[in-house]
Design a protein. Structure first.
Length: 408
């Protein structure tokens, strides 16, 4: 019994013997985690040199094991020094006051962003499966999309002429995917996007955000109206889409895994305190299946092949950085237009990347986002560093440094 100065009872204390807790093993690879940290810092810091005044340039990356969707590395930058976090009160106060960089915010699992053209493999797979296109279907790119002209006529970044699936994916032709998305329709598009894990929590054991999958249901819930023009914008990852880097990696791993989406996880196993008794463990044989698209193998192979073209075709958007890597890679780059808060003025673009390797027998998949990164090469540099670490056993100091313009 606890008593106060006036001898009155203030409470009761009960002593119980301490009980040992469990031991938790994580799936994270320490070497890959360090490479991810250093590569993010190097490329984000270089991207900052090209950003507009006042923009917070940040980055995040997640790499998954395709065989069981375990998290091999997950990093967010700017971050903080954990060794100082608990011991240095002044340092902690600086962190919580930094409203520009928000270093305590774990963007890899909780940051949500428009993903741009990294959405195109999902749209292609849906359109193939629904019979709206074949790999040979062509649309003509004359730089500007005129179906809704003159009220709405968005542009492509190039003028690509007659374009089929392989070319459209490799050069990231917006006109091809505007027309594909229009014929597919937002309802069908949303079905496949959802089953691929976009706008959905992955099931990882720590905090994550669901984000937003653009579509009529989301728009109407916010009090708005969905138009056909929104459908074509959504087909290239714009509109209201807000996706986490963790979802990007999960979506990519699902394509690599032939449409089977497993539960993304960061806990490998749990044992008792002595580490002798295994209470739970996730392996490649018992990984939880979250969804299975059951799409035609031919169709998913066509999408994978088109993603391979992004890397190995001379006109592919990731060819320069990843095209001559020791292991064949499949990927899709993305550039997302964003506006300065509260204005209609364009800010520096966000850049994204999804990639898996090896192309012919996938082992790992990743998702990368650089907020206001501007150049897609910053994402491909990070991917190459991680693939070098995973497949070639390299440390960060063995990987060539990136120049400020994103080249190596």
């Amino acid at each position: 019994m606890d008593v106060g100065a006036d001898n009155t009872e203030t409470g009761k204390s009960l002593d119980e013997p301490a009980v040992s807790g469990d031991t938790v093993y994580l799936t994270v690879d320490a070497k890959l985690q360090k490479i991810a940290r250093d590569a993010l810092k190097e490329n984000v810091d270089n991207a900052k040199k090209g950003a507009k005044s006042g923009e917070a340039v940040t980055g995040s990356v997640v790499m998954l094991d395709v065989e069981d969707f375990s998290v091999l590395c997950a990093q967010s930058y700017p971050s903080y020094d954990l060794s100082r976090y608990y011991e240095d009160r002044g340092y902690y106060n600086e962190l919580i006051k930094d409203e520009t960089n928000k270093p305590l915010f774990f963007r890899a699992f909780e940051g949500t962003y428009p993903i741009g053209s990294s959405m195109k493999p999902a749209v292609a797979l849906a359109a193939l499966e629904e019979g709206k296109i074949t790999p040979a279907t062509t649309y003509y790119c004359n730089h500007r999309y005129t179906r809704f002209a003159p009220s709405y006529s968005p542009k492509c970044l190039g003028t690509h002429g007659s374009t089929d699936l392989a070319k459209g994916m490799a050069v990231s032709c917006n006109i091809y995917f505007f027309e594909t998305g229009y014929h597919l329709g937002i309802t069908n598009m949303n079905v496949y996007q959802t089953r691929l894990g976009l706008g959905q929590k992955t099931g990882v054991e720590i905090n994550e955000r669901a984000g937003i999958l653009a579509g009529p249901a989301e728009r109407e819930a916010a009090g708005g109206t969905w138009y056909d023009g929104d459908t074509i914008a959504a087909s290239i990852g714009q509109s209201d889409n807000m996706i986490t880097p963790l979802q990007l990696a999960t979506y990519c791993a699902t394509i690599a895994n032939d449409g089977k989406r497993l539960k993304t996880h960061i806990v490998k196993k749990v044992t008792d305190y002595s580490r002798q008794v295994v209470k739970s463990e996730t392996t490649k044989d018992n990984a939880e299946v979250k969804d299975e698209l059951k799409v035609s193998q031919q169709n998913i192979n066509e999408v994978k092949s088109a993603m391979r073209g992004v890397v190995d075709r001379s006109d592919g958007t990731a060819n320069k950085t990843l095209g001559y890597f020791s292991v064949p890679i499949a990927a899709k780059t993305g550039t997302a237009e964003v506006y300065k808060p509260g204005t209609n003025q364009l800010a520096t673009d966000h850049v994204t990347l999804i990639a898996f390797a090896p192309y012919d027998k996938p082992k790992v998949a990743l998702g990368i986002t650089i907020e206001h990164g501007g150049r897609g090469t910053y994402c491909t540099n990070i991917a190459k560093a991680l693939f070098d670490g995973y497949f070639n056993g390299k440390d960060m100091d063995e990987i060539p440094k990136t120049k400020p313009d994103g080249t190596v």
